[in-house]
Design a protein around this ligand. Sequence first.
Ligand SMILES: *Cc1c(COP(=O)(O)O)cnc(C)c1O
Length: 233
Amino acid sequence: MNHNPSMNPIEQRLKQVHSRILQAATDCGRDPADIALLAVSKTRPAEDIATAHAAGQRLFGESYLQEAERKIRALAGLDIVWHYIGRIQSNKTRPIASLFDWVHGLDDARHARRLNDQRPAGHKPLAVCLQINLSGEQSKGGIAPDEAEALATEITALPNLRLRGLMTLPAPSDDRDRQRAVFRQLRELRDQLNERGFGLDTLSMGMSGDLEAAVCEGATLVRIGTAIFGPRR
Ligand SMILES: *Cc1c(COP(=O)(O)O)cnc(C)c1O
């Protein structure tokens, strides 16, 4: 598989992911420049992040706070935009508010207020996405679509948060039509909220197994782990 011996595996897989995004965007009549790639580096050592960074990757996503904190400190000299994509617990909002630039899984007004209150002075507002549960699986977190407007309204009043968009983490499916149907619902909800004036510019959807479907349905940010870093242990 090593076609170019001067390229390491992470660099090669990053290129493959970029070409998948390019292909999907082209197939669906979208501008690939409108789709950001978030490299999901949970469980990976800081060296892998540094390797991806050297290959041009700038956005990284982490799910586990202790591990993230260690890596963010170790890589403090690099121009990385850190995204928190894990579950939010009330007693862990302070490190999230101080270490990260983005939070994707916001689904609770209390968490929103804590993140707002704990955002350190001098930091830019924390960019947030509401997590929407479209597969009806409680264990995955997220609010129901009909709860989104109320939570969005609360967040808009918090000066240290900036509501950017919506995120979803659907139940895995190999069926492209089913993948697209879920992502389409997220896009339609974003459109409805924007008709109400929320100005959301981000649809965080699509992972290693379903990024094509997400791109076709309007993803502006795909969250890719395995396809960049290889299988997680
Ligand atoms: C782990 C994770 C991903 C990446 O999944 P892959 O299938 O490895 O691409 C994306 N989003 C969230 C929220 C995750 O926890």
